[in-house]
Design a protein around this ligand. Sequence first.
Ligand code: UDX
Ligand code: UDX
Length: 485
Amino acid sequence: MTSNADPTVEPKKPALIPTKICCIGAGYVGGPTMAMIAKQCPEIPVMVVDLNQARIDRWNSDNLPVYEPGLQEVVEAARGRNLFFSSDVESAIRQSNMIFISVNTPTKTTGVGAGRAANLEFVEKCARTIAQCSEGHKIVVEKSTLPVRTAEAVKRILRSSSSGASFDVLSNPEFLAEGTAVNDLLNPDRVLIGGESSAAIDTLVRVYQRWIPRDKILTTNLWSSELSKLTANAFLAQRVSSINAISALCEVTGADVDEVAKAIGTDSRIGPKFLKASVGFGGSCFQKDILNLVYLCEHFGLSEVAAYWEQVVRMNDYQKKRFSTRIVRTMFHTVSDKQISVLGFAFKKDTNDTRESAAIYICRDLLEEGARLVIYDPRVSKDQIQSDLLKSFQDAKGEISNRHKQLVENNVTTVSDAYQASDGAHALVVLTEWDEFTKLDMQRVYLQMHRPAFVFDGRNVLNAKALSEIGFEVHGIGRSYRHSN
Ligand code: UDX
Ligand code: UDX
């Protein structure tokens, strides 16, 4: 725990517990994080605001916009007591003395840095709104993942406030993973707070200290905190790409990637986590944050460092392409007019989030090959699936050809259970590791399918041996070809 905060830089202000907190951005991060703070600190009013009224309405209903195990209970414990969701951004800013910025920071799609740099438009707008409607002293907390030195820009914008308000800026990146958000918020490995004012840092420390031991709250300078978030995600993604790279070698050599992962993971220096070979990583963060890191390295003239990290994303693209190609090759080099049942569309289990899900890219490739897809995911809606697949066909100008529109309309069906999906299928493709897929009556599934009954397990969650005994032809990730006859 080190704090580089220099108390001589500004007059020392006493650390306070904030009297009111506001969070701009009621998304996957802002919503659950604020719900946990509100639950743990009943005396602090927490207002979560978002420009998207429909999203706010759902936070105020029983149908929360984010599916997370245990989240409903946390929200219900505090909502209406000291947790409020609203679209009145300005009023919430006025009333609060601590303001979190948790808006999305997607990869830029146009202009300088397109395809790599983070789009900071929303963060900048938030800073401008805060500057406009603030009075007195406020602590502004960067919760969104941001490029290093964004706080510098945020501070400059805040300084332009005409009302004479003063500000401290902190960086407090969120490390929660989707699907386990509630537990990650309740028992984090660490909380990271970066800043320049020790009083402001202490104010936020006191909030987290209500339920998190002090030795798990790390304080650093602003830039270390901003960079640590990008670095943590880059390291995690790198592990997945590393094991996926080895999975390709396993498939041609007869080694089994799960056995290799276990063998190396028992080395305490390597550790067992994040070594599950898969069809490719997805989610809103990994790719975006690595590309952001790559852009930063290039900006600072570190081209070798940029190329090193970019390879993590390239390997992930290769893994997804390799999987869809393998399906087509194995099925006698054509899937045209064949029914492929896709189990799972979310980027991982226990979430309804599909951002950057490997499933989108695999389905797109199979549609291009003329397959008829019957898709089942326990949490992802039909509209979401259709919209993701349509978007996957957008060209550089954002346009979608009529042929692609028709492909999605005619060749994609979404169903409400796995048996319905597999009825009449030529192949079963597992793309998300939902627990319920491991409990299916595979004998029943087999009887409903065409022969040979192919299974492509993109998550290695099914029992390949048992399936082969039933008669399936099973192909997993990082396992050599398995055959029933
Ligand atoms: C978060 C972080 O903020 C992002 O930087 C990180 O990399 C991933 O996690 P997330 O919560 O997943 O993003 O984003 P999202 O679910 O899209 O939520 C952002 C919310 O901010 C949306 O509901 C959007 O409507 C809202 N928003 C966006 C505003 O209220 N105002 C804006 O100006 C822009
Ligand atoms: C990640 C980070 O874990 C979290 O700390 C950060 O705050 C946000 O980004 P998230 O994207 O929610 O969280 O999910 P994560 O569990 O990290 O999984 C990311 C992707 O990697 C998923 O598609 C997952 O299926 C894949 N993955 C993960 C693997 O393929 N193999 C693994 O061993 C682990």
